[in-house]
Design a protein around this ligand. Structure first.
Ligand code: ADP
Ligand code: MG
Length: 268
């Protein structure tokens, strides 16, 4: 599947570098992404040439009907699967040529994942859950504790660090999961149906948190099938049959939660 690398700029090319006007390095750069699943005799064309560029500081919702390719795209962006063809750069890294070991390192370093079902470890405190990615990254115990505490503060849960997930509401568990996602200061927060298991109140709560994190400069990409959730993003990309149907910016309908502003400012 590795196609031949193309030179970045042809000798004597017509677009010389302009050092006075540096372009922001995209967090996500997907070029002509195709994903085809072979199931027996059938080929399923899950993605049929997707081009998406996401710059730092953006807040993107990916929407689309069931089967439109959202999860497939999420898995590719999250380095959990590779495209059949096309190019994908994550925060400037061409992930196409990495082996599984290198991919998992890139994932750990560059992406904070948030899942529909929270995926917290039961019978383990909120604080220890948030510390986990730092342990994988080889951060020392004392620094782990400090940074996890700061991340919990950033999501408004500094007083819940010693609670078990089962002692927290769904909305609070998802906030712990968000803290775990941002504790490593990743280039990208990537969320798959983050409000899928939440009631209306907790959904608003978690979306306000994403809005706040984005306002603090974090890049957020989330997948949802709820229009109300998509409305919280600054940009909505709609998939249909594995293609980008529309890609539009609009004014988000939800603002950051004032209650969370103080703690967030303290997290680097
Ligand atoms: P969405 O998340 O928008 O519901 P998916 O990305 O899960 O869409 O699926 C897109 C298409 O690819 C669907 O037709 C689905 O049945 C198919 N598909 C997804 N994953 C696989 C797989 N592992 N093997 C075969 N087909 C798949
Ligand atoms: Mg899906």
């Amino acid at each position: 599947m590795a196609d031949a690398p193309t030179p970045i700029s042809a000798p004597g090319g017509s677009s010389p570098a302009r050092p006075d006007a540096p372009m922001p390095r995209p967090v996500i750069e997907l070029r002509r992404i195709v994903k085809t699943y072979a199931t027996g005799d059938l080929e399923v064309h899950a993605l049929q040439g997707v081009d998406v560029v996401v710059d730092p500081g953006d807040f993107v919702a990916i929407i689309g009907a069931s089967g439109s390719g959202k999860s497939t795209l999420m898995n590719i962006i999250g380095c959990l699967d590779v495209p059949t063809s096309g190019r994908f750069f994550l925060d400037g890294v061409n992930v196409q040529h990495l082996d599984d070991n290198q991919l998992s390192k890139v994932r750990n370093k560059k992406i904070g994942f948030i899942f529909q079902s929270f995926n917290l470890i039961p019978r383990t405190t909120a604080l220890a859950n948030v510390e986990l990615p730092l342990a994988y990254a080889g951060v020392r115990r004392k620094e782990r504790r400090t940074r996890a505490q700061e991340a919990l503060e950033a999501v408004g849960l500094s007083d819940r660090g010693h609670h078990m997930p089962s002692e927290l509401s769904g909305g609070q568990q998802q906030r712990v999961a968000v803290a775990r996602a941002l504790v490593t200061s990743p280039a990208l927060l990537l969320a798959d149906e983050p409000t899928g298991n939440l009631d209306t109140h907790s959904t608003r709560d978690v979306m306000q948190l994403f809005a706040e994190l984005n306002q603090q400069g974090r890049t957020v990409v989330l997948i949802t099938h709820e229009d109300e959730v998509a409305g919280c993003a600054k940009r909505v990309i709609q998939l249909r049959d594995g293609r980008v149907m529309s890609d539009e910016r609009h004014a988000p309908v939800i603002g950051p939660a004032p209650i969370l502003v103080r703690g967030l400012a303290e997290v680097g």
